[in-house]
Structure formats: C-alpha cells, structure tokens
Write a protein that binds this ligand. Sequence first.
Ligand SMILES: CC(=O)SCCNC(=O)CCNC(=O)[C@H](O)C(C)(C)COP(=O)(O)OP(=O)(O)OC[C@H]1O[C@@H](n2cnc3c(N)ncnc32)[C@H](O)[C@@H]1OP(=O)(O)O
Ligand SMILES: CC(C)C(=O)C(=O)O
Length: 596
Amino acid sequence: MTEAPPSPLVTSRLRTPVGPRRDDQQWWNAQRGSAMPFQRYERSGSRLPHELTDRTWPMKSLVRAPLWASVDLRDGNQALSSPMDIERKSRMFDLLVSMGFKDIEVGYPSASDADFSFLRMLIEQDRIPDDVTISVFTPARPELIDRTFEAIEGADRAMVHLCNATACLWREVVFGMSADDVQRMALRSAEHIARRAESAKRTELRFEYSPETFNVTEPEFVLRLSNAITSLWDASPDRPVTLNLPTTVETDSPNVFADQVEWMHRNLERRDAVILSVHPHNDRGTAVASAELAVMAGADRVEGTLFGNGERTGNVCLATLALNLFSQGIDPQLDFSDIDRIRRTVEFANQLPVHPRHPYAGDLVYTAFSGTHQDAIAKGLAAIERRAAEAGTATTEVPWDVPYLPIDPKDVGRTYESVVRVNSQSGKGGVAHVLKSAYGLDLPRGMRVELARQVQQVADGDGVELTSRELRAVFAEMYLDFARPALLLKEFQLTSEGDTTDIDALVVHGEGREKRLAGSGADAAGAYVDALAGTGLAVEIAEITGHVVSDSLGTRYAAYAQIGLDGATRYGAAIAGDEASARLGAVTSAVNRAHA
Ligand SMILES: CC(=O)SCCNC(=O)CCNC(=O)[C@H](O)C(C)(C)COP(=O)(O)OP(=O)(O)OC[C@H]1O[C@@H](n2cnc3c(N)ncnc32)[C@H](O)[C@@H]1OP(=O)(O)O
Ligand SMILES: CC(C)C(=O)C(=O)O
C-alpha cells in the first residue's frame, strides 16, 4: 500500500497552510493593530482534491427525514463530567425508543464497566425492541474489539462501530504513524471484527466505520480506506455497511462540508451497499446547517444527540434537525409531541440544563416580550381561531401561519400560556393578550392603550416581568377597585316597555349621601345616565361593549364603557353576575375614574 499523494489543496494543520503567506511583509503590516492573533489560524478552504465546480447540493432541498441515529449514550455520555449510571442510561434508552429511534448507539462497552453492564442488562432483560438496532463503539484495538463482542453476546441484532483517526494531525501527533500504517491498523481491525462476527452466529450483525475527523483528512485517503473497508466487509445492498463521516472537530463552513460529502457520495464504490452517514460536531456553531447540507449532498443518515450534548460544543442536535423538517411540512419520523417530557428526561440523564433559547425546546422559545411581536402573535392566533370557526374545525386542523412562531407550540405539547409575557418592552397587544388568555377579558382597543401605558410605568419602575396575576391586579386597581369612589350604585331596578327602559336607582354620590334616582333611556345604560343627571353628572356614553367570562367564580359578565364627562373621555370596566349590573358598573367605574 502506498502513502496517499499530497494534494495541492489539502491542508494538514501541520504542513500546508492555505491561508495568506506569512512571509508577506505587506500583509503582516496590514494586520498590525489587531487585538487578536488571527494569523495563527488557517483560512478555511475546500480540502477537496479538485474544486467541485459541478456540485449539485445547492439545487436540492430536503424532502424527507434522513435515517436518525442517536449517539446520546456514547458520544454524549463520554462528554459528561459525571457519566451516566445505569439508571440514567436506562431512562435515556427508554426515551429514545419511545420517540421512535431505530438506531441507537448504546455505548463503548470496552471502555468502562458501566457501559458493559448496561449493555448486558439490555440484552439479558430483553429490553431491545425488535425494530431497534443497538450500536456499540470500538476503537481499532484487537483486545477492545474482543471485549466489545463479549458485550453483545446473545443480542438479536447489533451494529459494531469501528473508528480510528485518519486525519494528518492525529496520525502524526496521536499515533505517530504514516497514512499507510493507519490504513493497515484500520483494515486489521475490520478483519478482526469480520472474523469475530463469523462466530457470533446468533446475532444479526451490521458494521459501521468512522474515519475520525473526516473533514480534515485528505479526501483521496478517506475514499481509498473507505472502499477498502466496505470491500473487506463485503457490503451489499441487502447487508449495507454504514460509512460515517464525522466532523469530529468542525472546521469549515457548511458548504465546504457539503462539497466533501457530495464528493464522497459520487466517488464511493458500492454506493448502493453503503449507508452514507454524517456525524457533525458544533465547534463553529454550524452543525445543524452542516447536517442539512450534507443530506442535500447525498448523506442518508445523521448521527447526533438530543439538544446537542457532546464533546466540547456538542454533537448536532437531532431535535433541531427533526423539528426543522417538521416546520417545513416534512414528517420528522420522530415523536416530539411532548418536548418537555423529552427535555426533562435528557436533563436528568445528562445532568445538564437545556438552554432557555434552545430551538424548539427552550423555556423561552415560544415567548415574546416585545410589544410588536406580541401584537402580531395575538393577531395571528386570533386569525387562526377565525379560520377554524369559518371552516367549522378545530384550530389544530388549520394550517399554521402565525408571525414570530415557526411552529404551533401545541404541536410539541406546549400551551399558549407563556407565548406572551409582559415587561417594559411590551405593548397593548401583549397586555391584552395575557388578560384575554389568562382571564378571558377582551378589552376594547382604547382601553388597551390606556392600560398598557400604566403597565409600562409599573414594569419600568420595577424593571421586571409582570405575571398575569400582576397584570390583572393593575387592571383591577385602575378600573374595578376604588378606595373612595365618587359614585356608588348601591341598587337598581329596571323595567322595560317597548323601546324604553326605566331605572330606579339608589346611589351614593359626593359627600356620602344616598340618593334615589329615576331615569329612562333606550337601554339600561341610557336610563342610568339619564338618572345620573339628577346628581349633576352630565355623562355621555360613547361606547359600551361586553362579554361573558367564565372563571373560578363561575360564569359572569364583563363590560367596558367609554364615556364623555366634563369635556374628557374616560374608560371604565366592571365584572358582575349579570349583564345589566356589569354595564351599569362599567359606567360607574368610568365616572369614578373621571373624579379620581
Ligand atoms: C472521536 C471519538 O469520540 S472516539 C471515542 C472516545 N471515547 C472515549 O475515549 C471514552 C472512553 N475511553 C476510554 O475509556 C479509554 O480512553 C480507553 C479504554 C479507550 C483507552 O484507554 P487507555 O488504554 O488508558 O489509553 P488512553 O486513553 O490514555 O490513550 C488512548 C490510546 O489509544 C490510542 N487510540 C486512540 N484512538 C484510537 C482508535 N480509534 N483506535 C485505536 N487506538 C486509538 C491512542 O493512540 C492512545 O494510544 P497510546 O497509549 O499507544 O499512545
Ligand atoms: C466516533 C466518531 C464518529 C466520533 O464520535 C467523532 O468523530 O466525533
């Protein structure tokens, strides 16, 4: 076997930088003054042997979910300060099964007793469903391969995952080997695995190979080695070999990785007998994009973890990838209908919190604090309700289209309760939305503006978020509760004849004297303001609205009145057991606000 020929575009981090020439004095001068020693790092660039000028991936789009493989129990686990014990592993395994994962890497059984015992427990207690294939990781060392086979003894199905570093830096620094030596080590191990598999007749075995840090390995070398391994394992369409291309440390923008994957996809031998897999890490924060472009470039399978746990910045997050597909109308083939249950289990197993801004799963990702977002969300939700009512169907049947919310939180088991939260950045739309969704109070527009101004003052003063209870309290303080009301409607009686309503009311006004008043009008409120003229109050009603509210106190009525009094406009509100009391109460409230 010969050494892989050096390629002009290949960058070994040790040998052939493609960045700017460091002996160029002009260039160095231009860099003076930078606070950062960026010249220590190589510029990104294609590591392909030939530029892929006829790349096809940019013209592709995602149309179906790839095969998903969870590596939570291996790559995720090896990155934890406190690796999972059997209880934590079991909970994670059961979760993955319940979500629909069919391909689960359960550990590195030759590395630790915990992994070995967990695997034995799964097999001996028959915990692996018939449609799930467990995978076990092994490095290219015969004694560790032997121990791996001991661990899977008796399993119905298993995938043995062989991995060794192939990248130049690793060859030189970690192994102190040439590319040929590394190839020989890999093939010896692959052979050893094939031999062990011969005697493991009871187990339906599959094989996986990962050239570690694929993205910085010379492409011709990876291709040559991969072809040799799939040939040695006799990959066939009915017994395919999984070839997994890891960006063990992510180094380039996702388009570069996509080119690398497409080049492999196009040049691999036995392509129909190979499941081409990718295993992106997130060092540049672009693992999700890398995985998505890699699938467009020809990858069939993606390895990752839930919420992206893994070495350093983590593995690619499978929840994000799957729900990105879902948000585009593609079946993700994984069940995320209760994302908080999934998150709780993952947090328990990893003993790491999921960030509140984590896509689809974080506490805050369906929440808007800012006024314009809240306004748009509230209008969007109302439009969905309208469309559902028009179609005579449930809101969950209506196509989702709400500004600022890429998916319906209810589709992943969340509620709308926390979609809008109020602080000093909020506006009338948000305040109104919270009062409506938490208390069923549907305030008229002018009143929302007035209330929001008051809420803003409170929020600005306290500098914190207002809960729905606190908002309700601000509303009550403004419109419902008056310590010393200028007007009190103690009792009233209405009688109607034809188009006229008469009122007989007992009120307390001004200095605390009770006064019996009479009046008539087109409705109860009209009769009431007519009667109030007897106290010297010249009230004009601009608008009265109202609706039924159902809350812990039963079914009641809320009314909102806008009145003109002493040349000014005032809003008032009341909640009462019946419509007439609420409407008259709202007028009384508006008068009291005018005289407060
Ligand atoms: C990219 C990945 O994520 S690979 C998975 C990594 N996971 C883990 O490391 C978690 C579990 N690891 C372990 O428990 C241990 O490291 C073990 C059991 C694997 C090995 O332990 P030790 O024998 O004490 O070796 P140690 O960890 O110090 O060093 C690794 C050795 O394996 C070699 N090695 C590293 N990767 C591989 C590989 N894929 N195949 C073969 N040998 C390898 C190294 O060159 C080094 O060899 P050396 O001692 O001759 O220099
Ligand atoms: C074993 C391989 C796939 C791996 O975990 C990595 O390279 O990150």
